[in-house]
Design a protein around this ligand. Structure first.
Ligand SMILES: Nc1nc2c(ncn2[C@@H]2O[C@H](COP(=O)(O)OP(=O)(O)OP(=O)(O)O)[C@@H](O)[C@H]2O)c(=O)[nH]1
Ligand SMILES: [Mg+2]
Length: 412
């Protein structure tokens, strides 16, 4: 679909830190062919149409000449601005939030993902009931803008939307319950969980693939990963670990999406440790990190003070020594890697082991012979340092953390 990007520059200032990000977002939407990008200088924002009539008529000419079918506006449009612009230009328009929602629709694969995206879409569209939300009739999301039932139905539509929203919420709460059961049964087996978080395109899936020897989609495309993935990594001298890869973050992540994706991001919520993957080659390196922490905060994850290890990735693309980099941010818990060349990956594994072991302490416990099952649990979890058989049972020297101890106390 031939597409034109319109990038408003208000009083000579770009809206976003990273001006190329919107273009990358556009390319992430299947079917989109960006034909041209227009920087449009504005003195002020028109509250009803964003652009003045001169600019609108220029754009109209271009649309007709180039046979553009979709206009992407790098701006958060109000519902009114969007409606008026669509009417005047007679073309479908997506703003930043709309675009992100469409990408998510196209990416969602799991039932849960599809439900979450649909929920986000519905909430978004509820506030801007225009002609377009045929996705109520469809099983899957995606390209929600290709026509629709028409404005006359707005009232009926509103009712239908509200009904569908409550149905989806209901279904999602079932998914959450199932997840809880899975998590509960995972608690009984000897695993720690580590969640990968980070800005989209920072290399989370690439790191996940290396650590778990798998081949998840990793692509130079924003939001390549949508559904959470999980797999075991087995590191020497460490308990078995489940690593989870999930959706990437982005600046101004639409609130509808953050809300809808809470269920997916629950894996981060319940993880024992967090790996924050950062792309050091990005011009927006520091700002991206601020955004990630803001979203973690919004999701209520920071309050648990989970140990976080920062993985500074794409070392091969950036020529700066580690000491220079760490001075730069004055951070201790950092490991510098390249998921592409494999450099630093052994160091990363070592750091993960250290992270998991750092909160551990030594203790001696006694188990009678009858508690053999618990003894195997301790061994499987790699918690045993030494063992001595005495008259009535086992004297075991364990090396564990509070969490292991609590699990053990529940079993005993
Ligand atoms: N040069 C270089 N490229 C890398 C490195 N790590 C990842 N990439 C590339 O960066 C792009 C994004 O990598 P992904 O692993 O898909 O990133 P992600 O964080 O999972 O992205 P989302 O799932 O979209 O949030 C891909 O094209 C990777 O090949 C690296 O160390 N060096
Ligand atoms: Mg990914």
């Amino acid at each position: 679909m031939l597409t034109c990007i319109v990038r408003p520059i208000i009083n000579k200032k770009f809206i976003n830190f990273d001006v190329t990000e919107f273009t990358k977002l556009s390319e992430a939407l299947p079917g989109v062919v960006v034909e041209l990008e227009l920087d449009v200088n504005l003195k002020k924002v028109d509250p009803s149409k964003l652009l003045g009539s001169g600019k609108i008529s220029d754009i109209k000419t271009i649309i007709n000449q180039k046979k553009i079918k979709l206009l992407l506006v790098d701006f958060e449009l109000t519902p009114i601005q969007q409606r008026n612009l669509e009417k005047e230009l007679n073309i479908k328009i997506l703003d930043r939030t709309g675009l992100i929602l469409e990408i998510f629709s196209a990416r969602a694969l799991s039932r849960e993902g599809v439900l979450q995206v649909e929920l986000a879409h519905l909430n978004y569209n509820k506030s801007r009931l225009v002609r377009s939300w045929t996705h109520l009739e469809r099983q899957r999301g995606g390209m929600g803008f290709l026509g629709g039932p028409g404005e006359t139905q707005i009232e009926a539509d509103k009712r239908a939307i509200n009904l569908r929203i409550s149905q989806i919420k209901n279904q999602l709460s079932k998914v959450v319950k199932t997840r809880k059961i899975h998590r509960f049964s995972r608690d009984k087996i000897p695993f720690y969980t580590i969640a990968l978080v980070g800005y989209t395109n920072s290399g989370k899936s690439s790191i996940y693939n290396i650590l778990t020897n798998s081949t998840e989609l990793s692509k130079d495309m924003l939001f390549a990963t949508l559904d959470p993935k999980m797999k075991i990594i087995d590191l020497p001298f460490t308990n078995n670990i489940i690593l989870s890869d999930t959706v990437g973050f982005i600046s101004n992540l639409p609130t509808h999406l953050v809300e809808s994706f809470k269920a997916t991001l629950e894996e981060v919520f319940y993880a024992d440790y967090v790996l924050h993957v950062r792309d050091i080659s990005s011009t927006d390196f520091q700002n991206q990190s601020i955004i990630v922490y803001e979203i973690l905060e919004e999701l209520g994850i920071t309050k648990f003070n989970k140990p976080i290890l920062e993985v500074w990735n794409k070392k091969d693309l950036f020529d700066l020594s580690f000491s220079e980099m760490s001075q730069y941010e004055n951070k201790k818990n950092v490991v510098l890697v390249s998921a592409k060349t494999g450099e630093g990956i052994e160091e990363l594994k070592k750091k993960i082991s250290e992270l998991v072991n750092s909160s551990k302490f030594n203790e001696n416990i006694f188990l009678p012979f009858t508690k053999n099952k618990i003894r195997s649990w301790l061994f499987n979890k790699k918690l045993v340092l030494k063992e001595k058989i005495v008259d009535d049972g086992f004297l075991i020297s364990v090396f564990w953390n509070e969490q292991d101890k609590n699990k053990y106390l529940k079993l005993i």
